[in-house]
Design a protein around this ligand. Sequence first.
Ligand code: CTP
Length: 414
Amino acid sequence: MSRIVLGVAGGVAAYKAALLLRALTEAGHDVRVVPTPGALHFVGAATFEALSGNPVTTDVWSDVPEVAHVRIGQTADLVVVAPATADLLARAAAGRADDLLTATLLTAHCPVVFVPAMHTEMWLHPATQDNVATLRRRGAVVLPPAVGRLTGPDSGPGRLPEPADVAALAHVALTAGADALRADLAGRRVVVSAGGTREPLDPVRYLGNRSSGKQGWALARVAAARGADVTLVAANVDLPAPFGVRVVPVGTAEELRTAMVAEAPDADVVVMTAAVADFRPATVAATKLKKDSASEPGSVPLVRNPDVLAELVTKRPPGQLVVGFAAETGDETGDVLAHARAKLARKGCDLLVVNDVSGGGVFGRPDNAAVVLAADGTATEVPHGTKDAVAAAVWQAVLPRLARPPAAPPGARR
Ligand code: CTP
C-alpha cells in the first residue's frame, strides 16, 4: 500500500477529484486529500473525508502538534495535484507555502504529478507556460491538459483528463518514477493502432479476436502524457479516448490498413498493437446466412489479409520508428524469444514488444509483461506490471532511438 497525497485546487474540475480519489483507494492506496480553501467551494471536505477515510484540512493551523505541513509531504510516496489550477501552478513555481497543499509540495521528496485544468487562455498564457517549465525543470511531472469540452460550451486544451487516465498514470509515476512521464515527446507525432479487426461473414457475423485495445490505449495515454500529438487507429474498441486524442475508428484489416497508410507518413513513431486478422472470408454474404438454407457454409474459404506492419516498414520515411507487437508461445521449433527474433527480422520493424502468452492470455487483463527486442540486437525485459507500465517502458525504449529533432520546442504541444 502506497501513501498518496491528492492535492485538489480550486477549479470546477475539483468534482472529478472525488472519482480519482475513489480510483486510487480502490487500487489499495492510502490517500490523504489536501484541498486548497478554494477547492472546498466546489467539493465539501466531508466528501473527501468519507471517500479517503482520512481527515481533511486546508491550512497549516490545524493539527499543529502533528506538524502536518511538514509530515504529510515527507511521508508521501506520491503527490498528485488534480486539478492544478493556474493559481496553484504559480504558487508552486514561486515556492509559496501559504496553505497546507503548497507547504506539502515544498516538503515532498517523492514524485509530484500536477494535472492542470483551466480555461484554454489561462493554460496558454506565457505566465502559466513559464510556471509549467519551471516546475518541470525542478523535476515535477506536469501533464498536458486534455483537449475537449470546457466548463461552458467552448472546447480546447484545458480539460482535466478522465480520473481513470490520471489514476493509471499515477500508478506509472509510483512504480517507474517521474522520468517515465517526462514531457519529452512534445512536438512528436505518434500513431498507434489498437484493438482487434473483425472480418465479416455476413451482415451480422464476423471472424474476430479477443484483443481489448487496452495496451494500445495505454501507449496512447502515456505518449499523450509525455506531450505527443497522438492518433489512435482503433479497431472495434469502445473506450473513452485518453486526453481527448484523435481516434480513427476502423473495423476490418483492410480498413485498418487504409487508415494506417494515410496517418503514418508524417508520424515520428508508428506502433502496431492491433491484432490484425491474417485471413478474412473470401466472400461476404449480402444477407444473413440461414442455417436451413442452401447457403449454409460447410466450410468458410479464407483469403490472406495484407500485412500492415510489413507494409508500413517498407513505406516509412527516413527517421521514422516503427514498433510491432507480438504475442508468442514457445514450441518444439524454438522458444518465445527465438520466434520473436525471427519475427522482428521478418517484419523489419525497429522494435518488437513480445508478450509470452504460453501460460494463459493477456487479453482484456489490466496487466502485462514483455520483452522489448530491438533491431540492433538488444533485449530489454519489462517486469510484470500494468499495461501503462509496459507502455512507459516501450516509450523509454523508443525515446533514445528517435532521430529527427521534434517539430516544436517542448511545452508547445498542440
Ligand atoms: N500485423 C499486421 N498485419 C497483419 C498481421 C499482423 O500489421 N496482417 C502486425 C501486428 O499488429 C503486430 C505484428 O504484426 O504488431 C505481429 O503480429 P502477429 O500476429 O504476431 O504476426 P503474424 O505475422 O501474423 O505472425 P504469426 O505467423 O505468428 O501469426
